[in-house]
Design a protein around this ligand. Structure first.
Ligand code: SPV
Ligand code: MG
Length: 298
C-alpha cells in the first residue's frame, strides 16, 4: 500500500491522527520510531536548518529534497508543507505531480500571498490571497493528482490574518467544494477557543486539522471531542534540537575534558542503529557469499 492510501486509512481508523514535525531524514526517522502516525515536513523547521527565515526564501526544490529524503528513510506517510504552493495554480499543478511521484502522502498549501511569512511571527505579514485565486490552486491540485488518496490539505489563514470566523468558514467551504481533502484551520491564539468555535460550526465533510503550537495546553481528548481529526506538532523537534545543541555547546566551550557532557549525547551505537550501520556487516557477508558461489572467492 502506498503512503497516500496509508494516510487515508489512518484518518478512517483512528480517532485522531498524530503527526509530528521533522526537519531532515534523521528527525523524520525518530518521529517514526517514537510511534507517530505521520511526519510533517514543515517550512519553518526546514528553513531553520538552512538558517534562513521562514518567508518563502528557500525554493520548492529545497523543500522537495528535504521531504523526499524523509520518504527514503521512513515507512510512515510524509505530509509536505508547501507554503503557498510556490506560485499560482500552474505551480501547484506541477508540485502535485512531483510530490506524488516521489511517494509523499500529501501536501498542504495555505491561502496567503507569496512571499509568505511564518504565521506565528509577531506583526508578520499575513495577507490573504483572494478566495478565487486559492480555489484555482485547489482545483489545479485536484486535477493533477493521479491517486485520489493523495491528500490535498487546504490551510485556512483567516484567523491568523485577523479577518474573522465568518471568512474562515466561508473559505473552508469554498476549498472543500473545490476538492480539498482536509481543512487545516490555523490559529495563533494561546487558547484553543477559536479553533473549537470553528470546528463546532463546521458542517463540511472534510476532516479538520489543527497545529497547537501557541495553544499547547490543549488536551488530546479536547481536540478529539471538538472534531479535530489530525493534530500536527509542527516544530517541537526543531526547537528541542536547538536547545539541546545550545546547552551542549555552552558546556563544551569551557570544559577541560568531555566527561561532563557524555550523558547529554546519544551514544555512537544509538546513531549506528538509526542509520542501519550494523546492517552493513551482514550485507557484506551476503555479497561475499554470492561472490563465492560465482567463483570469485575460493
Ligand atoms: C510550519 O511548521 O512550517 C508551519 C506551521 O507552517 S506554523 O509555523 O505555525 O506556521
Ligand atoms: Mg510552514
Amino acid at each position: 500500500m502506498n503512503q497516500s492510501d496509508n494516510l487515508v486509512n489512518l484518518l478512517e481508523k483512528k480517532e485522531i491522527v498524530k503527526v509530528c514535525g521533522a526537519y531532515d531524514a534523521m528527525s523524520a526517522k525518530l518521529v517514526e520510531t517514537h510511534g507517530f502516525d505521520a511526519v510533517w515536513a514543515g517550512s519553518f523547521a526546514i528553513s531553520a536548518i538552512h538558517n534562513v527565515p521562514d518567508a518563502s526564501i528557500l525554493t520548492m526544490t529545497e523543500f522537495f529534497d528535504a521531504a523526499s529524503n524523509m520518504v527514503q528513510s521512513c515507512q510512515i506517510p510524509i505530509i509536505a508543507d508547501c507554503d503557498t504552493g510556490y506560485g499560482d495554480a500552474n505551480n501547484v499543478r506541477h508540485i502535485v505531480k512531483k510530490y506524488e511521484n516521489a511517494g509523499i502522502a500529501g501536501i498542504c498549501i495555505e491561502d496567503k500571498t507569496f512571499p509568505k511569512q511564518n504565521s506565528l511571527l509577531k506583526n508578520g505579514n499575513n495577507q490573504l490571497l483572494s478566495e478565487k485565486d486559492f480555489v484555482a490552486k485547489i482545483l489545479a491540485a485536484n486535477e493533477a493528482k493521479q491517486n485520489k488518496s493523495f491528500s490535498i490539505i487546504a490551510r485556512v489563514e483567516a484567523l491568523i490574518s485577523g479577518i474573522g470566523m465568518d471568512e474562515a468558514l466561508k473559505r473552508a467551504y469554498a476549498y472543500e467544494k473545490a476538492g480539498a481533502d482536509l481543512i487545516l484551520i490555523h490559529s495563533k491564539k494561546i487558547s484553543p477557543e477559536e479553533i473549537f468555535e470553528f470546528s463546532e460550526s463546521w458542517k463540511g465533510s472534510s476532516p479538520l486539522v489543527a497545529i497547537p503550537t501557541t495553544y499547547y495546553s490543549v488536551k488530546m481528548d479536547e481536540l478529539i471531542s471538538h472534531n479535530i481529526k489530525m493534530v500536527i506538532y509542527a516544530n517541537q523537534t526543531l526547537r528541542a534540537a536547538h536547545k539541546a545543541l545550545t546547552n551542549l555547546l555552552t558546556k563544551m566551550k569551557d570544559a577541560n575534558n568531555m566527561d561532563k557532557i557524555q550523558n547529554e549525547m546519544s551514544s555512537m551505537d544509538e546513531i549506528f542503529k538509526l542509520q542501519e550501520m550494523f546492517d552493513i556487516k551482514s550485507q557484506e557477508k551476503d555479497i561475499e557469499e554470492k561472490l563465492r558461489k560465482l567463483g570469485y572467492i575460493s
